[in-house]
Design a binder for this molecule. Structure first.
Ligand code: NAG
Ligand code: NAG
Ligand code: NAG
Ligand code: NAG
Ligand code: NAG
Length: 946
């Protein structure tokens, strides 16, 4: 049976049909299995559809007629199915309902669906169907009542045959790309109850004769390009409840017949070009809940009869040319939403708003009266609108103070009183508006202090108080509003210093305090690392690097120390008195960073950490130092220990107190994506490598930096370069590493002259050591991100030690762009997923880099070699050679054939597997270590054990 069925399915897929081959076979089963065979079913929703089962009535999504036992309904909504809905369905001759909505079907709509004579409901909405709507579907309508093709990618015109399908009751073609005009006979479909053609590219005028649709309940033609007037006969559709013609290009005035639409509850004409006054008869449409006439060119007064619309919940008249005052009582309606922006309504705001408690207001949750010409004062008892969430009366001519009762607006999210003539102070009761997310009071005449209580509005995202007369300090408590993204206090008269804690606001993206009377040092970190000078300008007493004004008594002046000058230099003599004085001061501070800016200018980079002991050993260290470019150091107080912090993880006191470290171009070991590395010697004579980060603008806040660095410092492994400490100032960050003497693998492989090449055994060791170090990193949940031969150092015993690991963690975000452009700049090592923003970067990117490195070590070639007129990518070359069976030829010729092929070939194969394009096809590093240990020849393996 199963075999036979499979065979039949096969036949069915080849367009030969077999209906009569075996009359005992359930045709429905066959149809469904053929249908399933054409689909992808990633969530296995159709597993119950089993060809061994000859009764499909219990299958998921299938319903049968209990008498005939034939399939009558197929409901597969939201099953994540994709593919084309193929021929199988045409076998379901008794199907009444076909619903495939919310899947991912592609291709065109099958015109032969018309052959399903019993089909009443056809729902193919929210798929990815394309092409045009086949006219055949509607030529011989027998049962078809409900058709939905909404939310696909259908194009072309609505077929003329559509008008002949007189059984249709509900049609939904919305959100496609249908074009052309409405079929001329469309209004002859007098069974139509709902018609939704919204969100297409339909155009032309609405044909006459709509009054023929006496069953019509809902018509939605919004978001098309229809033009012309509203059809005069619209009032003939007496059952109409919903009429949405918004966002077209229609014009003219409202036809008088509309007043007959007394049961209509939603009328939306938003975004057209309708003109004229709103007729008084609008008050006859008593069931209206939504009246949206916004964005037209209506003019004149709002008729008083709007006040009769007792059911009104949404009234949007914004963006017209209404004039005059608000009809009395217009908001006394238990209304939920009301918008009046951009008209020219005038008169006192108290007309429409309560001057005494009125419970019918309590449903009002959105009130937008912005951009009118309202006058008067905000009602004292505005607080009774306890459900108000959005209140915007900006850009009117209101005066007076902000009532204390705004603190009772417990639901308010947005409060926008900007651009009025409000005066007085901001009431401290504002703290009661605990849901407030956006507070805009700019461009008024508010004076007094910013109340501390504002810090109780813990949901606040945006605080805009600019262009007032506010004075006093910025409340420190604002820094507790962790959701803040925007703060604008510009153009006031605020005084005092900026709370340092503002730098800790994690989401702050916009901060403007320009033109106040603030003073003191600008905080460091957070937004202050990237803020533009214009956001802080106009405060004559503010200092800091951003405003290019140094702060008295805070940061030391940069001094440059050059260790290479000879000890008998005249310079030493002339500066030595000052130097001695300097060192005494320095000994008080724990250390001093001799900072970045001036250093770069002079081209010498130096850091010194001095203390009394250094002073004691004057002959040794001070004599070796020449001051240059430090003329002004004498007036550089250095008593602030906050200027920099050196932390050594070893806790070795001799080191942490007595380091004398110099960074000098001559001692530069190399440069990478993160910065330059210098060799320097500690007082105890032990060398260290110091990396000066050049990505400081990207580096996180001090706390984040320290946390990440400490985490990296804890990672110790014999094949990893140990991170021994760090040094932090806002503008300079140094990482202090174990010094590895043997140079980088890159130098050995590609620059090492003189025949001193690694043997096979040494190469294998380097590969294994690298693999072990990466496996260890991954076990500690650290991704290296930047593996390449110049980051693999070789120590004096020939062991590989991996450096530069995990530094991407110091960046504020693991952005693909930053990773690929800044860090993973090493050509050839970059895993393909870096180029693809949608693929998550995992530790498998290190496996890729490792694979490239393996091939590099075995072949002695760079990952990408530029030939005269060709670019050779190493992996491709080795892969090609492997396919051609000559992979041995890839091994570094400098080995002169001295290598065991039984190791070299599997190692290269492993390298190729590691460079698989698909991350999940690459092995883990732990597996790689195991594989390498297996590859290693037994004799050497024993050596290893010994
Ligand atoms: C739908 O299918 C197409 C083609 O098979 C595929 O590219 C797309 O990602 C799928 N979309 C969803 C939402 O599954
Ligand atoms: C629709 O299908 C096309 C290919 O046929 C695919 O490129 C596109 O991503 C799909 N759209 C959705 C929303 O799945
Ligand atoms: C719709 O189809 C057009 C081509 O007919 C294609 O360019 C477009 O990407 C498709 N849109 C979606 C959402 O699949
Ligand atoms: C009309 O259709 C548009 C777009 O499909 C939709 O956003 C809108 O809500 C519909 N109108 C009504 C009143 O349902
Ligand atoms: C700013 O405040 C100072 C006193 O704190 C006052 O003398 C000055 O007039 C104020 N300036 C403005 C523009 O309000």
């Amino acid at each position: 049976m199963r075999k036979l069925l499979k065979f039949l399915v096969f036949l069915a897929l080849v367009p030969v049909f077999v209906r009569s081959v075996d009359p005992t076979l359930n045709e429905d089963v066959l149809g469904l299995i053929v249908f399933k065979a054409d689909l992808k079913d990633p969530d296995s929703n159709l597993v119950t559809w089993n060809e061994d089962d000859d009764n499909p009535c219990n299958w998921v999504g299938v319903k049968c007629n209990p008498r005939s036992n034939r399939v009558s309904e197929l409901n597969l909504d939201g099953f994540s199915l994709s593919g084309r809905s193929g021929k199988g369905l045409l076998q379901l001759q008794f199907l009444r309902k076909l619903s495939l909505s919310k899947n991912n079907f592609t291709g065109t709509i099958n015109p032969n669906l018309a052959r399903l004579e019993n089909l009443r409901i056809l729902d193919l909405s929210e798929n990815n169907l394309s092409g045009s709507i086949p006219g055949e579907l509607f030529t011989q309508c027998r049962s078809l009542r409900v058709v939905s093709f909404a939310g696909n990618n259908l194009s072309g015109e609505i077929p003329q045959t559509f008008s002949s399908c007189s059984t249709l009751a509900a049609v939904k073609f919305s959100s496609n790309r249908l074009s052309g005009s409405l079929p001329s006979g469309i209004w002859s479909l007098n069974g139509l109850r709902s018609l939704d053609l919204s969100d297409n590219l339909l155009e032309g005028e609405i044909p006459k004769g709509i009054e023929g649709l006496y069953n019509l309940r809902a018509i939605n033609l919004s978001r098309n390009q229809f033009s012309g007037q509203l059809p005069d006969g619209i009032g003939g559709c007496l059952l109409l409840k919903l009429l949405d013609f918004s966002e077209n290009s229609m014009s003219g005035s409202l036809p008088d017949s509309m007043q007959k639409l007394t049961i209509c509850n939603s009328l939306s004409l938003r975004g057209n070009s309708f003109v004229g006054e709103v007729p008084t008869w609008i008050g006859e449409m008593r069931k209206l809940q939504t009246l949206d006439l916004s964005g037209n060119r209506f003019s004149g007064q709002i008729p008083d009869s709007v006040g009769n619309l007792q059911s009104l919940e949404v009234l949007n008249l914004s963006g017209n040319g209404f004039t005059g005052s608000f009809p009395a009582g217009i908001f006394r309606l238990g209304m939920q939403v009301a918008m009046h922006s951009e008209n020219r309504m005038s008169g006192p705001i108290n007309d429409p708003l309560p001057s005494s408690v009125n419970t019918s207001f309590q449903n009002l949750h959105l009130l937008d009266l912005s951009n009118n010409a309202l006058s008067g004062e905000i009602p004292e008892d505005i607080g009774v609108l306890s459900n108000l969430r959005y209140f915007n009366i900006s850009s009117n001519s209101l005066v007076g103070g902000i009532p204390a009762s705004i603190g009772e607006l417990k639901s308010i999210h947005v409060l926008d009183l900007s651009e009025n003539g409000l005066y007085g102070s901001i009431p401290s009761e504002i703290g009661g508006a605990v849901s407030l997310k956006e507070l805009r009071l700019e461009k008024n005449f508010l004076a007094g202090k910013i109340p501390n209580q504002i810090a109780k509005c813990s949901a606040l995202i945006s605080l805009i108080l600019s262009q007032n007369h506010l004075s006093g300090p910025i409340p420190t408590a604002i820094a507790n509003l962790a959701n803040l993204q925007t703060i604008d206090l510009s153009l006031n008269n605020l005084t005092g210093s900026l709370p340092k804690q503002l730098a800790n606001l994690p989401h702050l993206v916009s901060f403007n305090i320009s033109y106040n009377n603030l003073q003191g040092e600008l905080p460091a970190g957070g937004i202050f690392n990237t803020i533009s000078p214009s956001s802080v300008s106009g405060n004559p007493s503010v200092c800091g690097a951003i405003v290019n004004r140094s702060c008295p008594g805070v940061l030391p002046k940069p001094i440059v120390l050059n260790p290479n000058s000879s000890s008998d230099s005249a310079g030493v003599g002339s500066f030595s008195p000052n130097l001695r004085q300097k060192k005494i001061i320095l000994s008080i501070s724990a250390l001093i960073a001799i900072g970045a800016a001036a250093l770069i200018a002079v081209g010498v980079i130096a850091i010194t950490v001095l203390n009394l002991r250094v002073r004691a050993s004057t002959s040794h260290s001070a004599a070796a130092l020449t001051l240059s470019g430090g003329d002004d150091f004498s007036h550089s107080p250095t008593t602030d220990v906050n200027s920099g912090e050196l932390v050594m993880f070893s806790g070795d006191p001799d080191f942490s107190v007595g380091t004398h470290a110099l960074l000098n171009k001559d001692c530069e070991l190399g440069r990478g994506g993160f910065g330059a590395v210098y060799r320097t010697v500690q007082r105890d004579g032990r060398p260290v490598a110091i990396k000066k980060l050049t990505v400081s603008s990207l580096v996180k806040s001090q706390e984040d930096f320290e946390r990440e660095v400490k985490k990296l410092g804890k990672i110790r492994n014999q094949n990893l370069v140990a991170l021994e400490g760090y040094y932090w100032t806002p503008s300079l960050q140094l990482l202090i590493y174990e010094f590895v003497s043997g140079g980088s693998l890159y130098k050995h492989l590609h620059e090492g002259g003189g025949g001193n090449f690694f043997s096979w055994h040494e190469r294998f060791n380097i590969i294994l050591g690298t693999a072990r170090s990466l496996a260890h990193l991954h076990q500690m949940n650290v991704i290296h991100y930047n593996l390449k031969s110049s980051n693999v150092l070789i120590d004096s015993f020939g062991e590989a030690k991996i450096g530069d690991f995990g530094l991407a963690r110091l960046l504020p975000m693991l952005d693909h762009y930053i990773l690929s452009s800044k860090i993973q700049s090493a050509l050839g090592y970059m895993a393909p997923e870096f180029a693809c923003r949608t693929v998550k970067i995992t530790e498998k990117c290190d496996v890729y880099g490792f694979g490239v490195l393996v091939l590099e070590v075995v072949t002695g070639k760079r990952p990408v070699e530029y030939m005269e007129d060709d670019v050779v990518v190493l992996c491709d070359m080795v892969r090609g050679a492997l396919e051609e069976g000559r992979v041995e030829e890839c091994v570094d010729g400098r080995l002169g054939g001295n290598f065991p092929a039984e190791e070299a070939i599997p190692v290269m194969k492993l390298g190729l597997i590691c460079t698989s394009q698909v991350p999940s096809n690459r092995p883990d590093m732990a597996e790689v270590v195991n594989i390498l240990e297996l590859i290693r020849c037994p004799s050497e393996g024993q050596e290893e054990l010994g």
